[in-house]
Design a protein around this ligand. Structure first.
Ligand code: ZN
Length: 357
């Protein structure tokens, strides 16, 4: 029986989760540039002062969703902190570390992030420094979840901004925070839970397995079919490789999603792809191995000739022969009774006998 740390945990609620933290750098254009490049965000207010002024801002602003990015301590600092903690030379444990230790003592040793909410009060502009104050906002009683029994923990970060000129080497972060202007906040929620005992190996799911005769392999894992992507699997079942197209601007997109990333239109139709394309990238999976597949398992990112990309299995090719840019052609294969998927092979290669996996 694991100990109950409820009273110690309750005492941590409302307490600081970590020391008040000042960003290492002022909000700056190069970081904004990297971010919008990674996010493929073409909004000009993040790169052009003129465009920002045209919508009433004083100049370029940072994307709101970068809020947390500015205060991240960085890998080197994080590793140093962990090493100090392991060797017992860390200064005082943070509230967050104390809380995690108590939860571990209760046997809630697994963790999964559940959700994060950000609130933005005003845009961040280059030249200001952010200061983050983080508290433990709530720790629930132990609840039953699909993952196992555990407690939900919420931390809340409040962000204020100060001019870069106020931040000196020996500045006291908490004192500076008191002078800052609130710019946003973030709640981060996670579940600390008790891992289930390992389940015994399950028998194959294939219905044919119980019908006697030759042993059959387990069925391939099921895709999550939603109202957004059902057309793709229905099309595949009819032998068509259907790709979603924005009905407003015509851009193709895959995997399917509700809105166009370019014009934000919610209207869409589909085009039937030819199945011709190029090998844009690939991986060859060796581990972990799932019983429904053969290994090594080559998986392609296919650049379709229509102009979007698709992840699919490869067939009729030795992984050693894969070359980026090689021409591919695809077909739709019934991998079992109720699932058909596109599978690609080098262009000009004969279609292999039997079902592909
Ligand atoms: Zn569009």
């Amino acid at each position: 029986m694991s100990p109950d740390r409820s009273s110690e945990l309750a005492a941590l609620v409302g307490q600081p989760a970590s020391p008040v933290r000042i960003t290492r750098e002022a909000v700056n254009r190069p970081m904004i540039g990297h971010w919008i490049e990674a996010m493929d965000d073409a909004d000009p207010i993040y790169r052009s002062d003129a465009a920002a002024r045209a919508v009433g801002l004083s100049g370029v602003v940072a994307p709101p969703t970068m809020l947390q990015a500015w205060t991240m301590p960085g890998l080197r600092n994080t590793l140093a902190r962990e090493a100090a903690r392991r060797s017992g030379t860390a200064e005082r444990r943070t509230g967050h570390e104390a809380m995690m230790a108590l939860l571990d003592e209760e046997g809630l040793t697994s963790v999964v992030a559940t959700n994060s909410e950000q609130e933005y009060l005003r845009p961040l502009v280059p030249g200001e420094r952010l200061i983050e104050t983080q508290i433990i906002e709530s720790i629930t009683d132990e609840k039953a979840t699909a993952l196992g029994s555990g407690r939900f923990v919420t931390t809340r970060s409040d962000y204020v901004a100060v001019p870069d000129s106020l931040v000196t080497e020996d500045a006291d972060p908490a004192a500076l925070a008191a002078q800052g202007e609130p710019v946003g906040s973030m709640r981060f929620r996670m579940l600390k839970f008790r891992p289930r005992a390992a389940a015994p190996a399950r028998p194959p799911e294939s219905p044919a397995a119980s019908a006697g005769g030759a042993p059959t392999r387990p069925r391939r894992p099921r895709p999550a079919v939603t109202p957004d992507n059902a057309f793709f699997y229905q099309g595949a079942g009819n032998g068509q490789l259907l790709i979603q197209r924005c009905a407003n601007c015509g851009r193709l997109r895959h995997p399917p999603s509700p809105a166009c990333g370019r014009c934000r239109s919610l209207d869409w139709d589909t085009v039937e792809a030819s199945g011709r394309g190029q090998l844009y990238s690939f991986v060859v999976v060796h581990h972990p191995q799932v019983p429904a597949f053969d290994y090594p398992l080559p998986i392609a990112l296919v650049a379709l000739e229509e102009g979007t990309r698709l992840v699919a299995n490869l067939e009729a090719v030795d992984p050693a022969d894969l070359v980026i840019g090689m021409a591919l052609e695809g077909r739709l294969v019934a991998v079992d009774d109720d699932l058909s998927l596109p599978v690609f092979r080098p262009a000009g290669t004969p279609v292999p006998d039997g079902g592909a996996r």
